[in-house]
Design a protein around this ligand. Structure first.
Ligand SMILES: [Cu+2]
Length: 126
């Protein structure tokens, strides 16, 4: 009885091991373009217009597949092809249209040109 139990446990461990290996197999042709996901802090975004401006700027950057701003969390979720662009380039594209992106500081001239509603910077109120 004890031997059967040991056998069952051994088999279970083996199948777990096999499962672990199969889930790590080489990428298929579908995954040739491996997109990377990143969350960019866009703390100075305040309204839907800000979101649209940021999303457009990010998506216009070569290699960026999508960009979605969440105003609640002030996070821009971006999906990009790391072989064609970098997170720094996307941050710069956002900064160029007037918004801070992570540690990249917004372009002052672009910020001045933003609509009044987009300048309700929560950091400035305090
Ligand atoms: Cu705005």
């Amino acid at each position: 009885m004890k031997r059967i139990l040991i056998l069952v446990i051994a088999l279970g461990a083996l199948s777990l091991l096999a499962y672990g290996q199969s889930s790590q197999k080489a990428p298929s042709t579908k995954d040739i373009v491996k997109l990377e996901k990143a969350a960019i802090n866009v703390e100075t975004a305040v309204c839907d217009m800000c979101s649209a401006t940021i999303e457009t700027a990010a998506e216009k950057t070569e290699g960026v597949k999508s960009a979605t701003v969440d105003l609640e969390t002030k996070i821009a979720a971006v999906e990009f092809d790391p072989s064609r662009t970098t997170l720094a380039k996307i941050e710069q594209a956002i900064a160029n249209v007037g918004y801070n992106a992570n540690e990249t500081v917004r372009d002052a001239e672009a910020y001045k040109k933003l609509d009044a509603c987009c300048k309700l910077d929560p950091k400035k109120k305090k």
